[in-house]
Design a protein around this ligand. Structure first.
Ligand code: MN
Length: 723
C-alpha cells in the first residue's frame, strides 16, 4: 500500500515534538507537482519515494527541515526546480541539505578512481556542513533497497554491492545499526541468494529446539535477577543472517562453530547494574576465554557501549550476552540519530558535535591530505574494512581499524606510551612494531623511561591510523629540532674540547652511532634538549679509547659483555628469529657467529635481537639468570646464498720471509676479500697475524683454514671472535 501525505501527517501527530506542519505541507506540494507524471519501477507514483524517505526519518524524530529536505531530495536532480528556488522558499538549511544529498547521489561509486576522489571530497564537504545530509541519504538508500525487487537483476546487484561497500559501513560508523543491518540483509539476498538460502535452511533445521533453547536461557537469567527493579528487559534472539553469512563464508567457519548465532540482550537502568548482571551471568554459565569485551569502559568509535560476553550453558551451546543501559541501547540502535530521537534535537553542524570521532577524522584528513588520492585511500580504508579488537594484558579492550599495527595500538593507549615504546609482545612473544594486530591479540607494550626514547620517523610509514601518525608528527615538531641542534652542538664541542676529544667528523659520527643516534644532528638535538647526558657520552668515548689501546696491546679475546654496537653491515636477511619477522638483527661481537654455526638470539633493550653462537660464553653464563632468562629466543640461519660475513683469523707463523705473502695469496686465490691485516712480532720471534676476511659461510671458512694451515711456516690458525 502506497504511503500518502496523510499517513505522514498522522505519523507526525504521534511524535511528541513541535513540527512546522505548514512548511512540511508546502515541501510536499512542491515535490508532488515537480515529480508529477514520474513513476517508480514498482509502478507507483514517484512521490511515494520521498514520502517514504521522510517517513523513515520521522521514525528517528528528525526535525522539520530534515523532513522537508527529504521530501525535496530528488527534486533538483530529477525535475526543473532549481536549488535557488528551494532556498528562497524553504531557507538555507533545507537548500544545503537537498544540495548535499543530490551531490552524494551523483558520486559514481563503482567507476573511475580519479573521479571518485573528487566526488568523495564532495561528500565530505556536504557532510561537514550538515551531518543530516548523510542521514537523509541513508534513509533514501534504505527505501531504495526495500523496493529493489522492482528493479532489473543487474541493477539489483550493482545497487546491493554499493550498499554493502559504502552505505552500510557509513551507517555502521554513525552507529545506526538498525539501518546497517536492514541494508546488509537485503543486499546479501541479492548478492548471494543461494548462500542465504543455505543459512536459512540451517537455521530452520532445528528451529523448535533453537526457540526452546533461547526460551530456556532467558528464563534462567530472569529467575536470577529478580532483585533488580524495575525489571530489566531480557531479549533472546538468533543473530542476523548477514552476521552468520560473514562468519560462514568470509571467515570460513562451519555453521556449528559460530558462537554468536544466539544472542541474549539484557537492558538495565544503570551502569552499575550492567556489571552486577555480568557477575550473575558468569556465575550462572561458564564464560568462554577472551570473549569478554567491555565496551562501556572503552566504547567503540561509533560510540557503541555494552558489555559483551560469550558463555556456555549445560547444553554445551555457546551464546553471546550483551548487557547495556537503555540509553546505550538507544545509541546502539539509532546511533547519531538518537540525538534527534531522544534529546529533542540538536543542531546539524558537525562542529558542535564532538562525539563522532570518525567524522572529525575524515574532515581532518581532508585538510591534511595533499592530494585527492590520499583522501580516497583514507576513505576506502575507513569504509571497506572492519575493526579489530585487541586486549591489553589487564584485559582492557581497544578497537582499531583492521590493518593497524603495534604502533597504532601503543598510541591508542596513550600518546606517551607510543612515544616511549621500545618493544612489544603479542601473546607473550616479541614482535616487530609493524606486526599487524589481529582480533583477540593480547598485546603488551614495553616503554623506556630513557629521555632518548621516542618515535622513529619510519613509524610514519608503518602506522595506519591518522591518530597515531598525527601524534608521531607532533612529537617531531615539538622537539624544536633546529634550536636543539644548535645549542647541543655548542655544548658538545665545549665539553669535548675540555676533555681533549677531537671534534672531527669521524669522531662525531662514531659518537652518534655509539649513542644510538642515526645522525650527528640527532645527537646534537638530544644534547640540546637534555635527552642525553654529555658526561656519559664522554665517559663512553674514554673507555672505548682505553679498550682500543688494550686491544692494540694484544689482549686475547675473552668472553666480553654483550655490546650494543651493531656491526656496520646489515645482515638481518640471513637470520630467522622464531615468531618475529623483519626485525633489527645484529651479530654479537663476543662470538661473531657465522652461517652454519648453531645460534641463539638475545632480545636487547631497544636495539633488536643480537645473535650469539650457542656455545658463546655469554650465552652459557646468562642462559639461566633470572633477569635474562626470558630474553633468549630461537634463531636459525636462513638460506644465505648471497650474504657474506666477516670472520677473524688468528695465525701464528714462523720467521720464514714469504709466509705472509703465501697466506694472503691463498686467501686471494680463493676470491675471499680481506678487510684488515694486523701483524705483531711475538717475543719468541714468531709472527702473529690477525686477518679479517669476508666469507659466505662456515664451509668456506673451514676450507680456507685448512689451506692456511698447510702453508709451510704456519704454526697455528684459529678463528677468533674479536681481534
Ligand atoms: Mn531518492
Amino acid at each position: 500500500m502506497s504511503i500518502t501525505i496523510d499517513d505522514l501527517m498522522a505519523q507526525i501527530d504521534k511524535i511528541d515534538r513541535r513540527y512546522d506542519i505548514d512548511k512540511i505541507q508546502r515541501a510536499y506540494e512542491l515535490a508532488d507537482s515537480a515529480h508529477e507524471g514520474q513513476m517508480r519501477s514498482s509502478g507507483e507514483k514517484y512521490i511515494t519515494h520521498p514520502l517514504s524517505v521522510a517517513s523513515i526519518l520521522l521514525d528517528y524524530h528528525m526535525d522539520t527541515d530534515t523532513i522537508c529536505a527529504a521530501l525535496l531530495h530528488d527534486v533538483v536532480e530529477d525535475t526543473e526546480t532549481s536549488l535557488e528556488y528551494i532556498r528562497k522558499r524553504f531557507g538555507e538549511d533545507v537548500a544545503l541539505m537537498v544540495d548535499g544529498v543530490t551531490k552524494i547521489g551523483q558520486v559514481p561509486l563503482n567507476t573511475k578512481e580519479e573521479q571518485q576522489a573528487e566526488n568523495i571530497r564532495k561528500i565530505l564537504m556536504a557532510m561537514s556542513k550538515d551531518i543530516r545530509v548523510i542521514i537523509i541519504k541513508l534513509a533514501d538508500r534504505l527505501h531504495n533497497m526495500r523496493t529493489l525487487y522492482a528493479r532489473p537483476p543487474e541493477k539489483q546487484r550493482k545497487t546491493s554491492l554499493e550498499t554493502m561497500n559504502f552505505y552500510a559501513p557509513i551507517a555502521h560508523r554513525l552507529g545506526m545499526s538498525d539501518v546497517k543491518e536492514e541494508m546488509e540483509s537485503i543486499a546479501i539476498h541479492y548478492l548471494d541468494p543461494y548462500g542465504c538460502q543455505e543459512i536459512e535452511r540451517l537455521l530452520n533445521v532445528h528451529k523448535e529446539e533453537r526457540d526452546s533453547f533461547i526460551d530456556h536461557i532467558t528464563t534462567r537469567i530472569r529467575s536470577r535477577i529478580t532483585d533488580i527493579k524495575p525489571e530489566p528487559i531480557i531479549e533472546g534472539r538468533v543473530k542476523s543472517i548477514f552476521s552468520i553469512y560473514k562468519k560462514m563464508y568470509v571467515k570460513n567457519k562451519p555453521f556449528d562453530e559460530i558462537y554468536d548465532i544466539y544472542a541474549v540482550r539484557i537492558i538495565v537502568h544503570s551502569v552499575i547494574e550492567c556489571y552486577n548482571v555480568l557477575g550473575i551471568i558468569h556465575d550462572l554459565f561458564s564464560p568462554m576465554p577472551y570473549r569478554f569485551k567491555d565496551y562501556i569502559a572503552t566504547p567503540k568509535p561509533n560510540r557503541y557501549q555494552s558489555l559483551h560476553t560469550t558463555v556456555i550453558g549445560k547444553e554445551g551451546i555457546p551464546f553471546e550476552v550483551q548487557i547495556r543501559t537503555m540509553e546505550m541501547h538507544n545509541t546502539a540502535q539509532f546511533g547519531i540519530a538518537a540525538h534527534w530521537k531522544y534529546k529533542a534535537g540538536l543542531k546539524g553542524s558537525v562542529a558542535g558535535e564532538q562525539r563522532f570521532d570518525w567524522i572529525r577524522q575524515l574532515l581532518e584528513r581532508q585538510q591534511e591530505a595533499d592530494d585527492v588520492e590520499q583522501i580516497t585511500d583514507a576513505i576506502k580504508n575507513d569504509l571497506s574494512q572492519d575493526e579489530v579488537y585487541v586486549f591489553s594484558p589487564k584485559g582492557d579492550v581497544f578497537t582499531l581499524p583492521n590493518g593497524a599495527c603495534i604502533i597504532d595500538f601503543a598510541y591508542a593507549i596513550h600518546t606517551e606510551v607510543g612515544n616511549k615504546m621500545v618493544g612489544a609482545k603479542v601473546g607473550g612473544r616479541m614482535v616487530q612494531f609493524d606486526y599487524q594486530i589481529k582480533t583477540g591479540d593480547i598485546i603488551e607494550i614495553f616503554t623506556s623511561s630513557s629521555p632518548n626514547a621516542g618515535p622513529n620517523r619510519n613509524w610514519l610509514n608503518i602506522a595506519k591510523t591518522t591518530e597515531a601518525k598525527a601524534k608521531i608528527r607532533s612529537w617531531f615538531k615539538k622537539e624544536r629540532r633546529d634550536e636543539n641542534i644548535a645549542c647541543g652542538r655548542e655544548e658538545l664541542e665545549r665539553e669535548f674540547k675540555r676533555n681533549g676529544i677531537p671534534t672531527t667528523p669521524e669522531v662525531l659520527e662514531d659518537t652518534a652511532k655509539n649513542a644510538h643516534f642515526d645522525t650527528v644532528d640527532d645527537l646534537y638535538a638530544a644534547v640540546g634538549y637534555g635527552g642525553v647526558m654529555l658526561s656519559k657520552i664522554i665517559q663512553r668515548i674514554k673507555s672505548s679509547q682505553t679498550r682500543a689501546q688494550k686491544e692494540q696491546a694484544q689482549t686475547l679475546p675473552t668472553g666480553e659483555e654483550i655490546t650494543a654496537e651493531t656491526n656496520r653491515r646489515s645482515r638481518q636477511k640471513g637470520i630467522i628469529i622464531e615468531g618475529v619477522d623483519n626485525c633489527l638483527i645484529k651479530f654479537a661481537q663476543c662470538c661473531n657467529p657465522l652461517p652454519g654455526d648453531p645460534i641463539i638470539g638475545f632480545v636487547t633493550r631497544g636495539f633488536g635481537v643480537s645473535i650469539h653462537k650457542q656455545d658463546c660464553i655469554n650465552v652459557i653464563n646468562n642462559m639461566d639468570s633470572a633477569e635474562n632468562k626470558d630474553r633468549w629466543i630461537k634463531a636459525t640461519w636462513a638460506g644465505v646464498e648471497n650474504e657474506t660475513y666477516r670472520a677473524n683469523i688468528d695465525i701464528i707463523a714462523d720467521q720464514r720471509s714469504s709466509v705472509i705473502a703465501d697466506i694472503t695469496s691463498a686467501i686471494a686465490v680463493n676470491h675471499i676479500p680481506m678487510h684488515e691485516i694486523n701483524m705483531h712480532r711475538l717475543k719468541n720471534g714468531n709472527t702473529n697475524l690477525f686477518i679479517t676476511i669476508e666469507i659466505a659461510g662456515v664451509d668456506q671458512l673451514s676450507n680456507i683454514m685448512t689451506r692456511i694451515k698447510k702453508i709451510p711456516g704456519v704454526i697455528s690458525a684459529e678463528r677468533t671472535g674479536k681481534q
